[in-house]
Design a binder for this molecule. Sequence first.
Ligand code: ASP
Ligand code: MG
Length: 423
Amino acid sequence: MKVFKFGGASVRDAASVRNVAHILKEYKNEKLFVVISAMGKTTNALEEFTKALYVNLEDANKLLTQIKAYHFAILNELFQNPNHAVFTDLHNAFVELDWMLDQAPEQTFDHTYDQVVSMGEILSTKIVSHYLNHDGVANKWIDVRDFIRTDNNYREAKVDWEATEFLYNNSKERYFNGQNNICITQGFIGGTSENFSTTLGREGSDYTASIIAFLCNAAQVTIWKDVAGVMNADPKKFNDAVLLPHLTYHDAVELTYYGATVIHPKTIKPIQNKNIPLYVRSFLNFHESGTVINNLPGHSEQACFIHKPDQLLLSISGKDFSFIVEDSISKIFAVLASFRIKVNLMQNSALSCSICIDNTSKRAAIIEEFAKDFYVKYNDGLELFTVRYYDAESINKLIKNKEIILEQRSRNTLQLVVKNSTQ
Ligand code: ASP
Ligand code: MG
């Protein structure tokens, strides 16, 4: 079994859906579990719709009309027969969103968000599954919420692995029974024990592919992207970026942890645990081999650059000239944990602790919380550069025209917090 994942960009219009069919035809005799994200920017649009539900129903109505128009335009291009079952199927799915307009939401925002936003993946998989069947690629549509069981921490739901494995093992026979070789399912979403929908965190479809690979002991996972594979830097920001043909799981985790967006950070762990290789390949040039991530030794010799904009540097010090020691550090981390803040870089001196985090709307509340026990200063509008496998040349290239606010080096990784980058 192979697991494939197609992201929003790979199904953003009718031509892209046809391209997915084209790729799948190359794997005719394989068993495939295909994970698909919402089409194009649908998740963002559904987010806006959810916000509008709480503010202005007229705006919400307009937004929903646009989301419908976008999906039906794709349908009309893919299916000539207006009586094809896909049209009813989509209308029925949209009814769930129409209902949202009937009365003000009663649940928390995050709960409503997940019920609404999860529909993006339901819509896209219905369209793709119908189209593939129509185009001769027989497949079965699977509702991933039937087996990916999560807690009810809406918008960042945590997978209940035990329940998920149990549910999957109980239903897997139905998925690939008879002639069926291909299952189409949703990325990014799961379900609670009370049958509510949840989401696993933005861009979480890669993680879904890896969860499914774990469950079915897949031979490999392929994430199909609009880039050639994993590059040593974001090609949109660094024009001399090169492809990395091989990465170890370890390198992949480090790169995504520091902010490389090519794969979701949670993706590696489940497949690493079962030693399943992960391929990152281009859906545009699908004969190229891209990048493989596995446990074979040998790290990339290439310096890898990761850029995170919009950083906030907090400088925290004791109110009475006291040292920053275990006590204060544990207090500082308790505050960060309570706001679910991830630290991108941390540096300590005797009297102060500097912490670099992504800028956040919770900023004022966090600072207020710290201010109860500490003096807090902050610096915003900063950027964080991380270089794995740095050398003199890569450092020189990076620090040109930049004011370095903070620097940290380990054997393999250099991190710089900078101001006024003219990147
Ligand atoms: N559709 C979701 C998002 O845009 C999940 C994904 O694309 O991976 O965040
Ligand atoms: Mg996406």
